[in-house]
Ligand binder design. Sequence first.
Ligand SMILES: Nc1ncnc2c1ncn2[C@@H]1O[C@H](COP(=O)(O)OP(=O)(O)O)[C@@H](O)[C@H]1O
Ligand SMILES: [Mg+2]
Length: 281
Amino acid sequence: MTSTADSAAGDVAVGDGPIVAVRDLARTYRGGVHALRGVSLDVPRGGKLGIVGESGSGKSTLVRLLAALDRPTAGTITFDGTRVDDRRDRDLGFLRRRLQIVFQDPMGSLDPRMRVRDIISEPLGRTRGRDERVAELLEAVDLPADAGGKHPHRFSGGQRQRISIARALAPRPDVLIADEAVSALDVLVRQQILDLLTRLVDEYALTLVFVSHDLGVVRKVCDEVAVMRRGEIVEQGPVDTVYDTPRHEYTRELIAAAPTLHGALSTAPPPTSVEPAQPES
Ligand SMILES: Nc1ncnc2c1ncn2[C@@H]1O[C@H](COP(=O)(O)OP(=O)(O)O)[C@@H](O)[C@H]1O
Ligand SMILES: [Mg+2]
């Protein structure tokens, strides 16, 4: 397997070109909701791309299409040079490994009947060395080794998001998509999970697609940003450029309305209190 997760950060550009390329993507739901209308987007290999926009702008629809969990009404998606939008599910095994998603609501995405070790190793299938890999992943996300034997309800919201991250990393993906992954967390825990995510993305040289309605968080995490409104990308560029000199009126409105952006831009040091490492009993 050739995974950038196994190679040094400097090797990431070897496959050159964007790792995901989206062209003229449209998705119309039954009932005539035009969730996406003509989206074109390059995800830079090894980059941290933010996708911002208010609720209902089509961000999650785009994410589901990128992961081939849903099919476009029109347009194409290319992953590392291979068209994926027109492939049958059984031919998408490589995408299921190489692109992973962390969702907002861990309770919705973690099966409550499964033990954490089985949740984390599920994307691996029946491979040798599963137990060792689970132990490695628990350590990577700073969960105690005995967490594997417990069920998700034993953990706090932040810890459940650590479990989701561990599961996403299990198959050594190249691309990690976080769809509002920290939005449900309170401010201290949010910062810890963000720190963890960015540390792991750097350590494994992953490409990050960070989806959020929260412009402040995107500025802290991402190097590039795409702004969505009503199913379209109205503006894309380096975060500092877009935030400091927005070209589109909608971007200016979003920035003006962002309560957390001003906090994110202040020079206050980040919170230092630490989330308890032990599961709550
Ligand atoms: N499965 C679906 N069926 C019908 N409409 C949907 C479905 N999923 C999302 N929508 C609609 O598509 C639009 C975009 O939704 P979504 O992609 O979830 O936006 P966001 O993630 O930015 O909040 C919204 O109007 C939403 O109501
Ligand atoms: Mg969404």
